[in-house]
Write a protein that binds this ligand. Structure first.
Ligand SMILES: NC(=O)c1ccc[n+]([C@@H]2O[C@H](COP(=O)([O-])OP(=O)(O)OC[C@H]3O[C@@H](n4cnc5c(N)ncnc54)[C@H](O)[C@@H]3O)[C@@H](O)[C@H]2O)c1
Length: 252
């Protein structure tokens, strides 16, 4: 389905990013995997290389604009084009498995979360959109969160702020980039079983579980399948949407 397409997935060493990169590769795309954890990144890429897939890695911080621009250029040099960007890299710092209250939040931690979750998305999207504009089209998928959709007392203000902003950013880009046939959509996952969720205390996760009508957390492939759909021809008339995948935790 994605044969001859080229994808770049940020935060792809583990969790949702890894599952998304694998799903796009399974669908036939050549994939550049990005992450700051270079060791884990190499081992994730090795799994795909073993299957004979077209893969490259880029161990850069998405918050570093110059390095992101180089990453996009290197992807195009290696694979000839860039059709799909998945802005997945994100952080949600915790203290002993709990959120940091606003009153106690250090300014540098607030700034770092905005830098990775929002400025990283700006950097990657701008570099990718400039390339896609010359090619005559492409797809950008932004990973938001159910935390951007509703208030939960269990989640910290920096993370909630960035995940809500991603939904507005997605709409703005979808509108501006439509004339270049660049589709921009978001996914707002609920609680998905990854390291990010495992960092949270059992008690907090239990409170989340109690709010989910389907009764369980999701799995990374639930999100990866949705990304693959959004970048497929089946979704050609979709842009500017935020797809909620949360077991019923938030219903719009
Ligand atoms: N797991 C969930 O329940 C859940 C729910 C809603 C939204 N999300 C979002 O999905 C995305 C992935 O989450 P996850 O659960 O897989 O998290 P994770 O912590 O398991 O993985 C995130 C990956 O991003 C990488 N990363 C962090 N900072 C980076 C940076 N500056 N540059 C490049 N890579 C960086 C990490 O090294 C890690 O490999 C995040 O944006 C997260 O906010 C996750």
């Amino acid at each position: 389905m994605l044969t001859k397409k080229v994808a770049l997935v940020t935060g792809a060493a583990r969790g949702l990013g890894k599952a998304i990169a694998e799903a796009l590769s399974d669908a036939g795309a050549a994939v550049c995997l990005n992450d700051i954890d270079s060791n884990l990144l190499e081992s994730t890429a090795a799994g795909l290389k073993k299957k004979g897939r077209k893969v490259m890695v880029s161990a850069v911080d998405v918050a570093d604009q110059e390095k992101v621009e180089n990453m996009v250029s290197e992807t195009i040099n290696r694979f000839g084009r860039l059709d799909i960007l998945v802005n997945n890299a994100g952080i949600s710092p915790k203290r002993d498995g709990q959120k940091i209250p606003f009153i106690d939040m250090p300014k540098d931690e607030w700034a770092r979360v905005l830098d990775v979750n929002l400025n990283g998305m700006f950097n990657c999207s701008q570099a990718a959109a400039r390339a896609m504009q010359h090619q005559g089209g492409g797809h950008i998928v932004n990973i938001s969160s159910v935390s951007g959709r509703l208030y939960t007392a269990l989640t910290a203000c920096h993370y909630i702020t960035t995940k809500a902003a991603i939904i507005g950013f997605t709409r703005a880009l979808a509108g501006e980039l439509a004339e270049h046939d660049i589709k921009v959509n978001a996914i707002a996952p609920g609680r998905i079983n990854t390291e990010m969720v495992k960092m949270v205390s059992f008690e907090v996760n239990q409170k989340f579980r109690n709010q989910i009508p389907l009764g369980t957390f999701g799995e990374p492939h639930h999100i990866a399948q949705a990304v693959t759909f959004l970048v497929s021809p089946a979704a050609e008339y979709m842009t500017g949407i935020t797809l909620d995948i949360n077991g019923g935790m938030f219903m719009n």
